[in-house]
Design a protein around this ligand. Structure first.
Ligand code: ATP
Length: 135
């Protein structure tokens, strides 16, 4: 079985969707192995999104992810990273996310797409270490 890092981003927390996201994770059958409400400092944000450093939206992305508390979770199960990304839906909540996914059901804009999930088992390993070094 595999682990994945999930974030309920500041928009999801401020809109009161933490319970909704956790409920979907649990109903899917993924196991919660870590869960924390925390503020994200600039250094953590930069490391988390390092692969996007050259993208035009990088500044906005850092500002957004540090704008308020996030809920960080580690979930575990068979194909955990892919399984959560199916729950989340594609990056653009309107053009890409499948109907019934978290982003499709609750999101409107790419920047405010509510959740993050590791995009592969390799990213998951890196991200779990970054967010939960003691795990
Ligand atoms: P995440 O990494 O958050 O799970 P993702 O893998 O679906 O999302 P990426 O392409 O890795 O999408 O982009 C990372 C995040 O950057 C997106 O979730 C979104 O919040 C933001 N983002 C992506 N594209 C844009 C854009 N064109 N404008 C603004 N923000 C964007």
């Amino acid at each position: 079985s595999e682990r994945s890092l999930v974030l309920v981003k500041p928009d999801g927390v401020s809109r009161g969707l933490v319970g909704e996201v956790i409920s979907r994770i649990e109903r899917k059958g993924l196991k919660l192995v870590a869960l924390e409400l925390r503020n994200v400092d600039r250094s953590l944000a930069e490391q988390h999104y390092a692969e996007h450093a050259e993208r035009p939206f990088f500044g906005d992305l850092l500002e957004f992810i540090t704008s308020g508390p996030v809920v960080a979770l580690v979930v575990e199960g068979p194909r955990a990273a892919a399984a959560f990304r199916q729950l989340a839906g594609g990056t653009d909540p309107v053009e890409k996310a499948a109907p019934g996914s978290i982003r499709a059901d609750f999101g409107l804009e790419v920047q405010f797409n509510l959740v993050h999930g590791s995009d592969s088992p390799e990213s998951a390993e890196r991200e779990v270490k970054l967010w939960f070094p003691d795990l």
